[in-house]
Write a protein that binds this ligand. Structure first.
Ligand code: IPE
Ligand code: IPE
Ligand code: MG
Length: 249
């Protein structure tokens, strides 16, 4: 029998963050502890992801973004990189109808090209098109994503627009940059959760995380479940967000 964790009373439904970003880390260590191959840790992460998605839907979260493959992950051994490409592709194909039926809009941020196989890119585009009209929640996969690459890409487009005289350089402001990111309509994350006890950003959403609350948990990603998401959100709700200002009272 599957035991589904209810939403705890400690969680204030009126103050659920708008956007939660997750660094799904620790798959390799999870596998190693069990004497398994690293790739089996990635495979075991699928259940963690979909339990987290279920929990996110239960509490009415509107935006969930997960780090699936970074621009630095190409440095890994070829067989692990190949596994991750195939695994992400098969996960999409197996889950997209279910996500679609649940009203989830699936999107991708990251560089579309380079070493990403064209077949994977096609499935990404198909999935985005299939789910484009859904509004219950937006699940964004950061895939072949790097925060610096995103800023480089934004600057390139901005420079090209300036050269074509479509944009006055003197008028470039923070909004101009935000408008040129991979998902201009995506609100900045309110909360970043990273698993596996690492205290790093690892080139994730560098611009967007400027004022996010950071929650680090020791759970390795394959062990993460909706209860851990709820716990991270409870922690977020205990924080005082100031955005550089001071309390008025
Ligand atoms: C995160 O788990 C998944 C990806 C980076 C794709 P890791 O593979 O980084 O696992 P650890 O950090 O080595 O344990
Ligand atoms: C970040 O995890 C990338 C993903 C979770 C996809 P890494 O495991 O690659 O990060 P580092 O190398 O420990 O910083
Ligand atoms: Mg890692």
């Amino acid at each position: 029998m599957r035991v589904v964790t209810p939403v705890p009373d400690s969680l204030d439904p009126a103050r659920v963050p708008r956007h939660v970003a997750v660094v799904m880390d620790g798959n390799g260590r999870w596998a190693k502890r069990r004497g398994l191959k690293r790739t089996e840790g990635h495979a075991a992460g699928e259940e963690a992801l979909f339990d987290t998605v279920e929990g996110a839907l239960d509490i009415g979260l509107k935006w969930l973004t997960v780090y699936a493959f970074s621009t630095e992950n190409w440095r890994r051994p070829l067989d692990e990189v190949r596994f991750l490409m195939r695994f992400n592709e098969s996960l999409l194909l197996r889950r997209r109808d279910d996500l679609n039926e649940r009203g989830v809009r699936v999107r991708f941020i990251g560089r579309r090209g380079g070493r990403v196989p064209s077949r994977v890119l096609r499935h990404i585009e198909d999935t985005e098109a299939l789910t484009a009209r859904n509004r219950r929640m937006t699940l964004t996969f950061a895939f072949n994503y790097g925060g610096r690459a995103e800023l480089v890409d934004a600057v390139r487009t901005i420079a090209a627009e300036a050269r074509a005289r479509k944009l006055d350089p003197a008028k470039i402001d923070e909004k101009t940059i935000s408008r040129h990111l991979y998902a201009p309509d995506m609100p900045d994350p309110d909360l970043l959760v990273r698993t596996s006890g690492e205290f790093r950003i690892s080139n994730y959403l560098l611009w967007e995380l400027a004022y996010a609350e950071l929650v680090f948990t020791d759970a390795l990603w394959p062990d993460f479940r909706r209860a851990d998401l709820f716990e991270a959100i409870s922690e977020y709700q205990r924080r005082e967000r100031r955005f550089g200002a001071i309390d008025s009272d």
